[in-house]
Each structure stands twice: as structure tokens, then as C-alpha cells.
Design a protein. Structure first.
Lengths: 116, 595
């Protein structure tokens, strides 16, 4: 292995450790995963979010889950927390989840039609 | 795919013996069954620190630390935390309501620590070289090979003020300079991992939790002194450390960090493991070198020092595990950064194995110059059962004790030495009022006496005579001149023994005589043990006015020393009593006292 190869390898594997650094990420995407959330399809939403975040190589974003939020009728609920604001989306589908990542998290445009 | 959660299971020796391997297996199984194995990753790590609270599990990104996790708790963690995102508060090391409040780094045990050597311990998977690389692993080696001369490397280490972490505290850079300047070839680099102090496990934790850091330190040292072959000497009692080291060496070879033309440069270096057979004296460098050569592990007189006459008579650099683990950080972040921790003369951090009568025991890393009070009361959480701090035994069987008057003393190589102890390799045993200092001194001296290799008379015979005196005192047969005799013998042995083992063996005795002379006198003159520990000097007695005559004490007494009628005060026959203390435990009204 050459020195450049070592550094290239490090760039590749570094992402893995980010999660364990304990520093506050820029964006937190929190999926409500209570019983009603899961029943409404929150798990598929979570998977779509993770897939999109990882596909786009977003380094300052974490996907978290939380319990029941109370607003069962609007499940699955997804909350996006940025330094500027906290926005809660309702009736999120996997497709909407992907749009949240692209539109809101990357481009900073809130998808107002899904905000509860 | 990027995982949304990392579940770190502590695989340090402490947690492994508490069952963490089974817990990890079950976690992996359940996560798979629930179908979340694509989102959640399980990683085995090195020691996380609070060993007594093990098995430990840390879940990221929350940084929630679960303690004393049982197999039955695994369902709950998977179902509640990993599946539904609800932290299992019952198992948390710290109570909190909000997400930011449950992060383990905020709890006092971690808050006052400064992790440099242990930065990767409990965070990365020690069996996966790529995780080490991700954590800037082998970057210091790359930096050195890319454009630093051996002299530049040595100069940075010298400037950093790093001192040998094995106990003696010799300046590391200076040692490297001597080996570089020594004539003769080949030269060797040796890592001393023969950690033998009772209760100490700093090196074990580093070898188990971050083996590549030690290899990288050795590689940089080899480059600096001009060596191509290295040896790591580890004691056979550390099977897990040996396994992880072997694995690390194999991986490092595969990735090209060991062997010929490392990182495509002219530099070549290889490492072999040598397993010690469990003799304490082999931690002494000349004995260790003899053992590597295949001879009986006995020390020889110095000079000549190993720097000029080491393995097979060739110049040899020998440093301790923790010393090597510091190197890569100094190379990457610079000497000034390292000096920003600790004091002028004692720079950087020190790893301690905190044990004894404190609430939180385990492995800690603190900046040099921290006070004993901060270690015992902030990190350690104070004395168990809200007892009173009496002393701390620092430096293992070669060390001494620090007392209440030293609580605010900044711990540095110099200050601790002045107080009659040594920083040593990092053993730190906290003692409360229920510890007999004479018995403690006897225990440590007995250890050294058993481990004496027998080569020189002061150690072989001198420590034996001292031990006999101490045994006599703890058995109530001490004579007035005994205390003086202990001091006289102790000083002789310090001055005349051949190696460090013998020279330091009297330290625990001399230091307890210095600070707790009254306790020795109580044993000798009054034939009393103030801490009520020495069996020959105590007596169990039933207070007639308190005894309700329930008969429970008589029932549990294994030698039938207690007699009495039901509902009437019982009595203990001191002739028969073996002082096991079972009656005291059984008494419902605390009517039994120890005198």
C-alpha cells in the first residue's frame, strides 16, 4: 500500500465512525416510531430516508427515531431539526421521505404541503 | 448503506468475563430477526472504562451508555431502543429526560477524563484495521515516512516531554536518542507488555482495545532509532490481548504496514510476539530481554543499559505499551499540543486502573497534575457506603500510599515521589477506614517476596525477613524494635538490591510506616488492629443488653462457639471462635461487635 492509497482508503471508511463522535449533527431527521407510526408505515419511511441520506453522501445528517408523538392521525410523522427551525411532516410516504431529504435537507426548501 | 445506529458492545476482558460475548451474539441475532440489520450495526470494542458496571453497551448516535446489561435485557434494547427509538432508562448509566441529557460523556466518570491513549478504546472495533485507519490510524507513520528524518522524529518526542509510562518515568525522547546513537547492528525495538502489578490492567486495555496504536508507535520508534525487528512481550495471562495483537499484526502485514518496504518506502520493520510465563520480575527490562532470548528471566546489573547492550548484546529500545500508544498522537498533533496537557515536568495524560473502595471503579485516563481528590471523589464518585477516605495506594507493590493530606496534591512524577510513592505504571487502589495499613503493607510485600527471582541477597533474604516481621506484627507478636528494624532493613534493600523489583519492594512498608506509624504502634504495643482487620487482634462479643436471644448467631456459627438459651443473651466462647464474622451478619439487632 502506498501513502496515497492509505489516505484514499481512510476517506472511504471514515463515514462509519462519524456516528460515534458524539458531535451535534447539522440536521436531525427524527422518525416517529410508536405503534401507530410503525403501523402506518414508518419503517419503510425510515429505510427510504437512510437510503437517500447515504446515496447522497450527506455527512452532517443523522436519522433518529423516537416514540409516539400523539398525532396518530397524521402518522407516519417525520421531524426535521436544523439550526434554524424544527419542521414536522405528516402522512409521509417513502417517496415523500426522499423528497424531504432532497428538497428540505439539501436545498433548504420546506415541503409546505406535508407540514402538519 | 450508512447505518443509522451503532451498537457498541464492550469486549474488554472485564465485560467479556461478565458475559458480553453472549450478549453481542444475541443482539446480532435479534437485530437480524427484526429485519433492521441493514440499518443498525453491532461492533465489539475495547474497554470502555467503568468495568465494574459491565457488561456495557453504548448506542450511537445518542451516546446512551447501558450498564449491567443481562441477556434478558437484549430484547428490550432491540425492541424499545433500536426498533422504536425509546431509550431504555432503567439500564442507563445516567438518568435524563432529553436526548442531550442521556449522553454518557456528560456523566462525572467521563467528564473529568482526557482520553488520548484510550481515545479509540471502547469506540472502534480492535479487530478491524479499517476502523483504526478511519480514526487517523497509520497517518502518523505516513507523515513520518513522507518527510521526516529520524532526528526530527526524536526531537518532537523530546520536546513533547513524554516520559516512560511503565513506571520509572524516564524521558522517552532521550532514550530514543541513546539507541539511535548507539553503535552496533542490528538494533531492536521491544514493547514491554508484562504488566504484573496486582489490580493493574492499563496495558491490557490498550492492547485489547487499540492494538494498532501500539504497533504504530513501535513502527515510528523503529524508524527513529534505525531498527528492523521488534518484539512485543505480553504475559500469558492476557489471552484476549494476545489474540487481538496477533490479529492486528496479521492485518497490518496484509495492508503493508509491517514487512518490507512499508508504504512503498525503503523502511522495513517486522514484529513478533513473545509470551511471558507469568513471572513478575520479567517486567524488569533486563529480565524481560533475557526471557525474549530464551534464557531464564533474571535481571542483570546496569550499566550497560539495553540502549547499548540489549537483545543479543545489540542496541535495544524498550518502552512500555502506554508509551508507544502516545507516539502517534504526538507526531500528528505536535509536541506543543501534548504539552498542553499536564504540567511542565510531567506532560500528557496517565491511564490509571482505579480500584478499591470507590463507587466507580475501572479504567481512567486523566491529565497529569490532576488532584487525588478529583480522581477519588469526582471520577470515582466517592467512597462506597459513604465511608471515609483513608489513603490511596499508588504504583502497586513498588509504590506507596498517599493520605488525606495529599488529596489536593497535583499528581506528577515529582510530587508523588516527594510524598514517598511513585506514579508507577498506573495502579491506584483507594482505601477507606476499614483497611488496615499494616496488613496492606504485608500483602504487597508478600507479593514481591513471592516474585523475587532470588538472584541477589537483599531481595531474596531481606524481603523475607521483613515479611516475617510484618506477619509477626499482624499476629499480635510484634516487638517494640520491629518498626525500627523494618525501616532499617527497608532502606538497605532499597540501596542494595539488584533490580527495580527489589529496590522498590520495601516502598509500601516504608510509606505506611511514615504515614501510619500509630497503626503499627497500636498493633505492637496495644495488640489492637484499629481497622479491625487482623484476625489475631480482634474479638467478637455479644452485647448482653442488646441481645434478644433469637439464636440466629448460634445457628450460623460454623464452629459452635455461641451458646445461650432462647430469649436470653447469648455468649461467644473466644477459645473456639474463628472470627469468621458470620454471626455479626446474621444478627438482626446489631448486638455483636468487633473489638
Amino acid at each position: 500500500m502506498k501513502i496515497e492509497e492509505l489516505r484514499k482508503l481512510r476517506e472511504k471508511v471514515r463515514e462509519e465512525l462519524k456516528l460515534r463522535e458524539g458531535v451535534e449533527p447539522r440536521v436531525k431527521i427524527i422518525v416517529s416510531m410508536g405503534t401507530s407510526g410503525i403501523a402506518a408505515g414508518a419503517r419503510e419511511v425510515l429505510k427510504a430516508l437512510l437510503d437517500e441520506v447515504s446515496k447522497r453522501g450527506l455527512k452532517d445528517v443523522v436519522v433518529l427515531q423516537t416514540g409516539e408523538k400523539g398525532l396518530a392521525s397524521a402518522e407516519p410523522l417525520v421531524e426535521v431539526v436544523t439550526p434554524e427551525a424544527s419542521v414536522t411532516y405528516g402522512r409521509v410516504t417513502p417517496d415523500v421521505a426522499r423528497r424531504i431529504v432532497v428538497e428540505h435537507v439539501i436545498n433548504g426548501r420546506i415541503l409546505s404541503e406535508y407540514v402538519v | 448503506m450508512v447505518k443509522r445506529a451503532h451498537v457498541l458492545v464492550c469486549m474488554g476482558a472485564g465485560c467479556v468475563s461478565a458475559g458480553s460475548e453472549l450478549i453481542k451474539e444475541k443482539l446480532e441475532k435479534e437485530i437480524k430477526e427484526k429485519g433492521i440489520d441493514v440499518e443498525v450495526k453491532v461492533i465489539g470494542t475495547g474497554c470502555m472504562g467503568p468495568c465494574e458496571k459491565g457488561p456495557l453497551i453504548m448506542v450511537y448516535p445518542e451516546g446512551a451508555l447501558y450498564q449491567k446489561v443481562s441477556l434478558d435485557d437484549v430484547d428490550l434494547i432491540v425492541e424499545e431502543h433500536l426498533l422504536k427509538g425509546r431509550v431504555v432508562r432503567r439500564l442507563l448509566a445516567k438518568e435524563g429526560v432529553k436526548l442531550e441529557e442521556i449522553a454518557a460523556r456528560e456523566i462525572p466518570f467521563f467528564a473529568k477524563q482526557e482520553k488520548i491513549v484510550l481515545a479509540n478504546c471502547g469506540v472502534i472495533d480492535p479487530e478491524n484495521i479499517e476502523e483504526y485507519i478511519a480514526a487517523d490510524g497509520y497517518e502518523a507513520l505516513a507523515k513520518v515516512l513522507e518527510g521526516m528524518s529520524p532526528e526530527e522524529v526524536i526531537s518532537i518526542i523530546e520536546k513533547s516531554g513524554l516520559r516512560g509510562r511503565g513506571g520509572a518515568g524516564f524521558p522517552t525522547g532521550l532514550k530514543w536518542k541513546f539507541v539511535r546513537a548507539a553503535k552496533g547492528s542490528p538494533k531492536y525495538v521491544v514493547c514491554n507488555g508484562d504488566e504484573g502489578d496486582p489490580g493493574a490492567f492499563m496495558d491490557r486495555a490498550v492492547l485489547e482495545g487499540d492494538p494498532h496504536a501500539v504497533l504504530e508507535g513501535m513502527l515510528i520508534a523503529a524508524y527513529a532509532v534505525g531498527a528492523e525487528q521488534g518484539y512485543i512481550y505480553v504475559r500469558a495471562e492476557y489471552p484476549l490481548a494476545i489474540k487481538r495483537l496477533q490479529n492486528a499484526i496479521e492485518q497490518a502485514k496484509k495492508y503493508g504496514f509491517l514487512g518490507k518496504n512499508i508504504l512503498d518506502t525503503d523502511f522495513s520493520f517486522d514484529v513478533e510476539l513473545r509470551i511471558g510465563a507469568g513471572a513478575f520480575v520479567c517486567g524488569e527490562e533486563t529480565a524481560l530481554l533475557a526471557s525474549i532470548e530464551g534464557r531464564r528471566g533474571m535481571p542483570r546489573s546496569k550499566p550497560p543499559f539495553p540502549a547499548t547492550h540489549g537483545l543479543w548484546g545489540k542496541p535495544t529500545l524498550i518502552n512500555n505499551v502506554e508509551t508507544y500508544a502516545n507516539i502517534r498522537h504526538i507526531i500528528l498533533k505536535g509536541a506543543d499540543w501534548f504539552r498542553s496537557f499536564g504540567t511542565e515536568q510531567s506532560t500528557g495524560t496517565k491511564v490509571f486502573a482505579l480500584s478499591g473502595k470507590v463507587k466507580n471503579t475501572g479504567l481512567i485516563e486523566v491529565p497529569m497534575g490532576i488532584t487525588l481528590r478529583e480522581i477519588v471523589f469526582d471520577i470515582g464518585g466517592g467512597i462506597i457506603d459513604d465511608g471515609k477516605f483513608k489513603a490511596a495506594q499508588i504504583g502497586g507493590p513498588s509504590g506507596g500510599c498517599l493520605t488525606r493530606e495529599h488529596l489536593d496534591l497535583p499528581l506528577t512524577y515529582e510530587s508523588v515521589k516527594e510524598a514517598g510513592a511513585i506514579i508507577g505504571s498506573g495502579g491506584l487502589i483507594v482505601l477507606d477506614e476499614n483497611t488496615c495499613m499494616v496488613e496492606l503493607a504485608r500483602y504487597f510485600l508478600e507479593f514481591c517476596q513471592l516474585e523475587s527471582c532470588g538472584k541477589c541477597i537483599p531481595c531474596r533474604v531481606g524481603t523475607k525477613r521483613m515479611l516475617e516481621i510484618l506477619e509477626r506484627i499482624t499476629q499480635g507478636a510484634g516487638r517494640m524494635e520491629d518498626i525500627q528494624e523494618l525501616e532499617r532493613l527497608g532502606k538497605w534493600i532499597q540501596q542494595t538490591a539488584l533490580c527495580g523489583l527489589g529496590q522498590t519492594a520495601p516502598n509500601p512498608v516504608l510509606s505506611t510506616v511514615r504515614y501510619f506509624k500509630d497503626e503499627y504502634e497500636a498493633h505492637v504495643i496495644d495488640k489492637k488492629c484499629p481497622a479491625k482487620v487482623c484476625v489475631a487482634l480482634i474479638r467478637y462479643r455479644i452485647l448482653a443488653e442488646k441481645c434478644i436471644g433469637c439464636g440466629r448467631c448460634a445457628k450460623v456459627c460454623p464452629v459452635k462457639a455461641i451458646t445461650g438459651e432462647i430469649r436470653k443473651p447469648h455468649v461467644i466462647n473466644p477459645e473456639i471462635c474463628i472470627k469468621c464474622g458470620e454471626c455479626k451478619k446474621a444478627c438482626p439487632v446489631n448486638a455483636i461487635i468487633v473489638e
